[in-house]
Ligand binder design. Structure first.
Ligand SMILES: NC(=O)c1ccc[n+]([C@@H]2O[C@H](COP(=O)([O-])OP(=O)(O)OC[C@H]3O[C@@H](n4cnc5c(N)ncnc54)[C@H](O)[C@@H]3O)[C@@H](O)[C@H]2O)c1
Length: 374
């Protein structure tokens, strides 16, 4: 059996109280690799030495394999798979830097892909040219409720899919998962166009990146299925008020009822045309992971499946569900929505810019978010 040597870039400080300024996702990746008998954790790099040291202690990585420079780590330890868990603004430089060493066979990078559309495409192009498997950690694709909903859809429970909807806190940080899930339900049909409006009146920084306060987004896929998304808090987010809703010709599936801040409801339910009401479907997991476990263990069920997909795709040479191409398809909807707000019009794909429209609007003064109140 092949044993894959795993290394990490960006370990995070020990994850005592994860929040939007630091989640230490590397610990979660490491726990998932560590649970497999075909993976060996060999090295880590972090520009903050004590972060790397603490991570190495937690996962029995030798002191001599803790680095501040990821380039030196790659040269000296020659890992097969590298997990990149640094903030989004530096994903692209580090991912491309890893590819250009020619050392790892696979890179598994955290989401959102990058903070400009140009950097998102640059990573995928470089990986393809360098023959490196590049994946992004949209682990919710592997969540029990989402997979059960897809199985119901595929079994014809709601007829032909007509519309996908979601509510989320943001389009970029959380919405990266939500668009990815929407695309999962439409079997990766390409989006044709997107139309959106946003509000950005108070600074909203997640993992170092700007995010709008509220958005309303509509889009259409090549398959003819439509999308509708709302972000923020309050009544706007409650317009959809589900983590995901699938509307078909013969019924509706709802996942994570109340996710927009309304009355919490079932994790998964279906209403079939002709039936008198909603049917709740049992799930062992909720939209974030296992039920009734600690914060650090919660998303392990999803992460273990995501990491399994990464490792098994590498060993089989099959494309991963978390592929760069799938991540680009989700991310183009984020940047396309912000571009629609910038241009005040409908955006037809492909996108014809490289920057981050939200950041550009802040820098030009078109948007003037006040400093956050807390
Ligand atoms: N998949 C999910 O559900 C999920 C959840 C939370 C966060 N995230 C994402 O995970 C990524 C990492 O976020 P986090 O909260 O784990 O970060 P974190 O702040 O906890 O850790 C990041 C680490 O990267 C290190 N670092 C910064 N620049 C570096 C460099 N040039 N070289 C090496 N190390 C460097 C920092 O010192 C820090 O230790 C982000 O993209 C974030 O959006 C994903």
């Amino acid at each position: 059996m092949t044993t894959y040597r795993i290394a990490f870039v960006g370990t995070g400080p020990a994850p005592e109280s994860p929040d939007a300024s630091g989640f230490a996702m590397a610990y979660r990746h490491a726990m998932a690799y560590d649970s497999r008998n075909d993976c060996k954790l060999v090295a880590c790099a972090d520009i903050v030495r004590e972060n790397g040291d603490a991570f190495a202690d937690s996962f029995a990585i030798s002191d001599s394999n803790v680095y501040e420079s990821y380039e030196t780590m790659l040269e000296e330890t020659e890992p097969d798979i590298v997990s990149v868990c640094v903030p989004p603004a530096i994903h692209a430089d580090i991912v491309v830097g890893c590819i250009q060493t020619g050392i790892p066979d696979a890179i598994h990078c955290e989401k959102p892909m990058a903070d400009t559309w140009g950097d998102c495409r640059r990573m995928v192009t470089e990986a393809s040219e360098g023959n490196v498997q590049l994946t992004f950690n949209h682990q919710r694709r592997f969540g029990g409720p989402f997979r059960k909903a897809k199985a119901l859809l595929n079994d014809g429970a709601i007829g032909e899919l007509q519309r996908v909807e979601f509510s989320a806190s943001t389009l970029f940080d959380y919405g990266s998962h939500s668009f990815d899930l929407s695309n999962f339900y439409v079997d990766e049909s390409d989006p044709k166009w997107v139309l959106a409006q946003i509000d950005y009146s108070e600074e909203n920084i997640f993992f170092g990146a700007h995010n709008e306060n509220q958005a309303l987004v509509q889009w259409e896929y090549e398959s003819g299925v439509h999308g509708l998304a709302v972000t923020g808090t309050g009544s706007g987010a409650q317009l959809v008020d589900c983590h995901n809703r699938l509307i078909g010709s013969d019924g509706t599936i709802e996942i994570g009822v109340g996710f927009g801040g309304g009355e919490p409801g079932p994790v998964l339910r279906v209403r079939r045309t002709g039936s008198t009401g909603w049917e709740t479907i049992d799930t062992d997991e909720d939209v974030h992971g296992a039920k009734d476990v600690t914060s650090l263990e919660k998303d392990q069920v999803f992460l273990r499946r995501a990491v399994a997909d990464v490792v098994e795709s590498l060993s089989s040479d099959e494309s991963s569900d978390l592929s760069g191409e799938n991540a680009l398809r989700a991310t183009k909807l984020i940047f396309g929505a912000w571009e629609s707000a910038r241009r005040r019009g409908r955006i037809e794909f492909p996108l014809s810019f490289d920057d981050n429209p939200l950041v550009a609007m802040v820098e030009s003064g078109a948007l003037t978010p006040e400093p956050a109140s807390d």
